[in-house]
Design a protein around this ligand. Sequence first.
Ligand code: ADP
Length: 155
Amino acid sequence: FSGKTTMQAIGESIKNKLVNDYKSVPILVKESSTVYEAICTMFLEDVGTLFVVNDHSHLVGVVSRKDLLRSAIGRQELEVIPVSVIMTRMPNLILTFPDESLHAAATKLIQFQIDALPVVKPLASDSAAQKYEIVGRITKTSITKAYVELGSEEL
Ligand code: ADP
C-alpha cells in the first residue's frame, strides 16, 4: 500500500483513466439525413446523441434528443428538413480526445451541461481548419462505468 493515503490512491486512479479506454462506438448520421431519419436512428441505435458528418466523414455537428423533440413539436416537415438545420454545429462543439483524461472529459460534461462528447482526432493536414474525424463517444454512462469500476477497485 506504499504509504499512500486512500484519498491519494483514489485521486490517482481517477486521473489515470483515459478517454481512449472508456469511449464507446459513436453513432453517426450524414448532414443530408432528414430529421425523421435521425429520430429513427436514435431509436434503433438506442443512443441519446447523434454525431453529424459531411461527405468526407468530418464532424460537423451534434444532435440531441431535445433538438429532435423541439423540431417535432414545431410542426415542421420532419421528412424534408435536413438535420444540419437543427444541429449544434462546428465550431461550437465541445470535444474530447483519446489521450485526454476521463476526468477532464467528465468536467466538460458538467461545465457545459451536455450528455455526450465526440472523441476526435484532428486531421493532420487540416489542423488550422479544425477538421476532425470521430473515433468514439464519451457519455454520462461512460463516466458512470468508470465510477462503478473505481468502487470495485482494490486500492
Ligand atoms: P438534451 O438536449 O437531450 O438534453 P444535451 O443536454 O446533451 O441533450 O444537449 C443540450 C444541447 O447541447 C443540445 O442543443 C445539443 O445539440 C447541444 N450539445 C450536445 N452535445 C454537445 C457537444 N458535445 N458540444 C456542443 N453542443 C452539444
